[in-house]
Design a protein around this ligand. Structure first.
Ligand code: B12
Length: 228
């Protein structure tokens, strides 16, 4: 993109909370035919930088709030193209939500949009969702996979509790896979929560979920024929 800033500058613009220029870069990138997914990923990198500034004390809560608003404005611009880019014919039912005590929802919303784009049927329970509400929905919605989102260390306990409640319930179909996701989760968090899998990336999450759906559908016996 000659005479204008390219996508490479987007993470830093977000880190600087420079909404005006960030929006210009996104509009130019979309105009130049850049992939909406690439723009979203660049913005995600910016959010990580904002998080680092918050950790090292350069930014305060207001910085996180502003970054969240800028990211939402960017998402509003890229969403139509993102929905077009993510087209598939997968099938499977996925229940998602941000766990109790956590209100971060930007990443969960991206996951939900991407899953729907690929053809999954998704029930999104929103944020700050207690384990019992996940359980109720598992019963009524009958998902193939449950996805728990959480970004704060406090949410790890909620994830663990949610996994315990879902696993301990007679309503829960055998071996319902539970995947956790969010910027701060890792192998250790996955082990602590007893989740079946984890990721920090929506696209990888979709691959993981697809694999679980395939395994479950293969493992499930075919319904009996009415002639038997
Ligand atoms: C924006 C932001 C906020 C906004 C959130 C706005 C919103 N509507 O979501 C606001 C201002 C509200 C906020 C509040 C707080 N925040 Co905050 N926040 C952030 C920030 C800067 C960006 C998060 C984000 O949206 N990233 C962009 C999205 C796209 O990325 P993502 O969430 O990781 O999602 C991607 C993947 O992880 C994946 N994914 C996400 N969920 C799932 C689920 C499944 C199942 C799958 C498969 C995939 C998946 O898909 C997404 C796309 O790839 C992060 C920094 C960071 N490193 O992320 C801090 C951060 C998460 N916040 C932090 C903190 C401490 C807080 C507060 C406690 C601050 C305070 N003192 O009040 C509160 C918590 C409030 C609460 N009870 O939840 C810390 C958490 C540290 C920790 N380990 O506990 C972070 C890491 C900042 C830091 N480095 O210190 N925050």
């Amino acid at each position: 993109m000659s005479g204008s800033e390219d996508l490479g500058s987007l993470p830093q613009l977000l880190a600087d909370l420079d909404e005006e220029r960030a929006i210009v870069v996104v509009k130019e990138a979309l105009g130049a035919g850049e992939s909406a997914l690439a723009i979203t990923r660049a913005a995600e990198r910016g959010m990580r930088l904002v998080g680092q500034h918050y950790e090292d004390g350069t930014y305060f809560l207001s910085g996180l709030i502003m970054a969240g608003e800028i990211f939402k404005d960017i998402l509003a611009l890229v969403m139509p193209s993102l929905e077009e880019e993510l087209v598939g014919e997968e099938s499977g039912r996925v229940l998602v939500g941000t766990v109790s005590g956590d209100i971060h929802d930007i990443g969960k919303n991206i996951l939900t949009t991407a899953l729907r784009g690929f053809g999954f049927t998704v029930e999104d329970l929103g944020v700050d969702v207690p384990p019992e509400v996940f359980l109720e929905k598992v019963d009524s919605f009958q998902p193939d996979v449950v996805g728990l989102s959480g970004l704060t260390s406090a949410s790890y306990k909620s994830m663990r509790r949610t996994v315990e409640v879902l696993r301990g319930s007679p309503q829960q179909p055998d071996g319902l896979p539970i995947v956790i996701g969010g910027a701060t989760v890792d192998e250790e968090v996955a082990a602590f929560t007893h989740a079946d899998s984890w990721t920090k990336d929506a696209m990888e999450g979709i691959r993981i979920i697809q694999q679980f759906v395939d395994e479950r559908r293969h493992a499930r016996p075919l319904p009996a024929s009415p002639l038997d």
